[in-house]
Design a protein around this ligand. Structure first.
Ligand SMILES: *Cc1c(COP(=O)(O)O)cnc(C)c1O
Length: 220
């Protein structure tokens, strides 16, 4: 399977204004370069050390998205260069990113990952807790964070109605938070290989597509 051909096939199905993040976790630099050669610039990774190694090995105009669960003690690996941390799911993590961003004298763009899936195991803020945190001005102290929007993962199911329900919930979280953050709050990241067309129909502005582009993986 050709990575370039798959990238172009996915692009052809995207609505105007929807960004494609090519999820390259587990895949080697050569596969990423193949996508790069056909103009792909945004790539998603889920492990900080792997992300750092790829950043060092690959062209510097790549925009790296951190999309996996991030431990506070690993923020330091990616803070100097990461373009967007999509998986911000707690106040503790915000505190850690704020500290590392300040050290690098950067403002780091983040998304708030909201938990909507039926599986308890999935990560993300509890919506009520997040809402309370925002209303209480919880983000005010974080001068080195810019909150760009919401990220979420739909339930892992074949039930399309459930998936649509999850995406609609994410969309409504996005709409309800927007007034608190203003014009730069413009990103609703939802949709993966198996469900991204539904996500786009529900208002996604950024899809994270991995296996459809790069083939199957050994781990999530
Ligand atoms: C791995 C991963 C993806 C991509 O999944 P595919 O099913 O391979 O497209 C998207 N989002 C997150 C958060 C992931 O961890």
């Amino acid at each position: 399977m050709s990575v370039a051909r798959q990238i172009e096939a996915v692009r052809a199905t995207l609505k105007e204004g929807v960004e494609l993040v090519a999820v390259s976790k587990t895949h080697p630099a050569e596969a990423i370069l193949e996508a790069y050669e056909v103009g792909q610039r945004r790539f998603g990774e889920s492990r900080p050390q792997e992300l750092k190694a790829k950043y060092e090995a690959l062209p510097k105009d790549i925009l790296w998205h951190m999309i996996g669960h991030l431990q506070t003690n690993k923020v330091k690996y990616i803070a100097p260069f990461v373009a967007l941390i999509e998986s911000v799911d707690s106040e503790r993590l915000c505190v850690a990113i704020e500290r590392e961003a300040a050290k690098c004298d950067r403002v780091i763009d983040i998304l708030l990952e909201v938990h909507v899936a039926c599986e308890e195991s999935k990560t993300g803020w509890d919506w009520n807790e997040l809402q309370r945190f925002v209303v209480e001005g919880g983000f005010a102290p974080f001068a080195h964070l810019r909150v760009r929007g919401v990220m979420g993962i739909a339930s892992n199911t074949d039930d399309e109605e459930r998936i649509r329900h999850d995406f609609e919930l994410l969309r409504s979280c996005f709409e309800r938070l927007k007034p608190s953050f203003g014009a730069s709050f413009d990103t609703l990241s939802m949709g993966m290989s198996d469900d991204y067309p539904i996500a786009i129909a529900c208002g996604s502005t950024s899809v994270r597509v991995g296996s459809l582009i790069f083939g199957a993986r050994d781990y999530a």
